[in-house]
Write a protein of this length. Structure first.
Length: 457
């Protein structure tokens, strides 16, 4: 490769909102360090976007289902097989095209949900970097399932299990759901396959930061050359070192920004419960009803994100009877702006990793109601390791009842018992800023990555 070229990273995300967001934010950090960026989402995902970033160039590849993406595929396996086949070809064509147009790529940063990308990178002699969107504790659990070192699920529900590298004992209810439930086996395969090509990659980047998961990061570093680079939050919310970093991302939902901010502006400081279950989770109608009444009965006002596909599960007349003084229900919000708002007192969350990391970065304590995938493990970390929130107890039907919702909101927002949680949340907010600031642990890792890229480009 010619020495006259800038380092150029091709970013290959898995087509989920929660996977694209952190990769886009990481890209902006690289860009600020003079690395050229091209993001390559799938054509089907690109078609769904309501918002596109203006600061990075976008070139789509194909997953073989250009009209509907995964929804068009008969099975998940069929989707992944075709994605690998068509994706490898269209990715190769894109690399060639960039080469021909005088902007050759020298590195591919890819989501390890797509381990075949490493083969394409090798074919073209490019550096490859796996970008794990989950935290290291979750990755460590999948690693041990991959290695067959630990047999999950535990035989009894309350049996304590020790995962090497993580001294806090966990129970079945703390483990990612795909490990526990037989119906999750196919997805579990994708998750453990993330490790299948890692011996061939040059870098392993993790969307977390060292101080959050020291023990497990130290342990995993003995096996893989991992580097934490998070939190992947726009700089304007953290160290403020990146200019023109206002936009949030590649979004498939349109946020109701003005409605949310105008409403929040009228609320007292630290008084509002912000509620969201992210972009994918589908709640039981019974759970929605309990939530609705739990929120309505609580002393606090609330801002609740109910995606349009979930709205029919709200109790009858709930929206009609809700006064604007008490609560606002929106289909999507600018979550970072909301979490940053001084009126927010707690985040009632599904504990998706992005939401958790965003809440940590904004110093907002959490009431965790995890639903599936890695969310139970994230909730465990929030409650028992970082002590920045509580985890709401489910009944035998798996539903969190309205009384518990009310009780836990009060605990986190007002009660003396929740004081340590509120203080810890502030402490982690400070830490999240420090790690991306000059010389912080994540900043150093990003610097190291960039300097190696520049040396070989
Ligand atoms: N999000 C948002 N507006 C909303 C709800 C969520 O911008 O109303 C964003 C949120 O900031 C996060 C992402 O969507 O970056 C959700 O990712 P997460 O990992 O928390 O959950 P997932 O959607 O993958 O379950």
């Amino acid at each position: 490769m010619s020495t006259s070229h800038k380092a150029h990273c091709l970013i290959l995300p898995y087509p989920f909102q929660g996977h694209i967001n952190p990769m886009l934010q990481f890209s902006k950090r690289l860009q600020s360090k003079h690395v050229e960026i091209t993001i390559a989402p799938t054509k089907s995902f690109l078609k769904k976007m309501k918002e596109l970033p203006t600061s990075v160039s976008i070139e789509a590849i194909s997953d073989g289902y250009d009209d509907g993406g995964i929804d068009q595929a008969k099975t998940y396996e069929a989707y992944l097989t075709r994605f690998k086949e068509v994706g490898s070809d269209t990715l190769s064509q894109l690399i060639q095209k960039l080469e021909n147009s005088g902007c050759p790529v020298n590195c591919i940063v890819y989501d390890p949900f797509l381990p075949w990308v490493v083969e394409v990178a090798k074919k073209f002699g490019l550096i490859s970097a796996a970008f794990f969107t989950q935290n290291c504790t979750v990755d460590n659990i999948y690693y041990h399932v991959h290695k067959g070192v630990i047999k999950l699920p535990p035989t009894q529900n309350d049996e304590k299990i020790l995962i090497p590298g993580f001294s806090c004992p966990i129970e079945a209810s703390d483990v990612p759901t795909f490990v526990i439930y037989p119906e999750g086996e196919r997805i579990l395969q994708v998750l453990v396959n993330q490790f299948s090509n890692l011996d061939k990659v040059d870098w392993i980047l993790i969307n977390s930061f060292y101080e959050l998961e020291k023990e497990v990061i130290d342990w995993m570093s003995k096996i893989y050359p991992i580097k934490t680079i998070g939190p992947t939050i726009p700089s304007m919310y953290l160290d403020k070192r990146l200019h023109d970093d206002k936009e949030y991302g590649l979004s498939i939902f349109k946020p109701m920004t003005n409605e949310c901010l105008n409403w929040l502006n009228h609320q007292p400081i630290s008084s509002v419960v912000y509620v969201s279950f992210g972009s994918l989770a589908k709640l039981e109608a019974e759970q929605m009803e309990e939530l609705a009444w739990g929120l309505k009965n609580s002393n606090n006002n609330f801002l609740w994100v109910v995606r349009s596909t979930e709205e029919s599960k709200l109790p009858k007349n709930f929206l009609e009877e809700l006064t604007i003084e008490k609560g606002l229900v929106v289909s999507w919000c600018p979550q970072l702006q909301v979490l940053e708002h001084e009126s927010i007192g707690c985040f009632l969350t599904h504990c998706g990793w992005n939401s958790t990391l965003e809440s940590i970065s904004m110093g907002v304590p959490m009431v965790a109601i995890p639903q599936w995938t890695d969310q139970p493990t994230n909730a465990k970390l929030v409650k028992d390791v970082w002590e920045i929130g509580v985890r709401a107890k489910q009944d035998e039907k798996g539903i969190v009842r309205r009384e518990i919702i009310e009780e836990y909101i009060k605990l986190v927002m007002e009660e003396e018992k929740g004081k340590l949680i509120r203080e810890n949340a502030k402490k982690w907010k400070e830490m999240a800023r420090n790690v991306v600031d000059e010389g912080g642990s994540s900043d150093k890792n990003i610097e190291e990555f960039v300097s190696k890229l520049v040396t070989i480009s």
